[in-house]
Design a protein around this ligand. Sequence first.
Ligand SMILES: C[S@@+](CC[C@H](N)C(=O)[O-])C[C@H]1O[C@@H](n2cnc3c(N)ncnc32)[C@H](O)[C@@H]1O
Length: 199
Amino acid sequence: MGKSFAYFYDTVMGPLEKRWIAHIRKKIVSGLEGKVLEIGAGTGANFPYYSKEKVERVVSLEPNPYMLDQAKRRAKEFKLPVEFHQGMAETLPFNDGEFDTVVATLVLCSVSDPQKVFQEMRRVCKQGGKIVLFEHVRTESKTLATLQDVLTPAWKRLCDGCHLNRDTGRYMKESGIKMVKEKKYFKGIFVEYEGINPK
Ligand SMILES: C[S@@+](CC[C@H](N)C(=O)[O-])C[C@H]1O[C@@H](n2cnc3c(N)ncnc32)[C@H](O)[C@@H]1O
């Protein structure tokens, strides 16, 4: 797992975070309640935006040990009690129906098996619980999607396995999650998804 990717991630993302992504993170995370699982939490970029009054518990899963170290520091800095786990979203080390909400931001682009990840998200989320994502995805614009296809092999090597052209919305729908929100930004390159785990 990329040591340099972990060290440079916050710095490289900094300008975009300040201008835009931080606002989306706040919007997505600040209203979450109950027991929340965040997969691929990275350096803990969402941690400042959880409401300590609303969440009962934040559980974080991240495979990259260098990201995990930074996330632990960030949780301390923001005094957010987080239960940390090192692991992969394809094999979540949690019981069925344990969480009220499962959240992931900018993660599905990097996992090796998105279908398995959605299956696992559904398994650990309560029936009727929420699955909330913010992702960059394959666009509906043919020209842009072709560009994403061309750039993805080099991008994957540079950015720790990240696919620019992943059709995350399709995988989410195919998993049986009931989609209740799909808000697109920048010609649909970035999308906020909210789904309900059906009964
Ligand atoms: C682009 S970073 C996003 C980090 C963070 N979620 C954010 O919004 O800044 C992608 C993250 O997904 C993690 N990741 C990659 N493959 C994963 C997998 N199979 N299961 C869980 N997390 C994974 C990476 O280690 C990395 O922390």
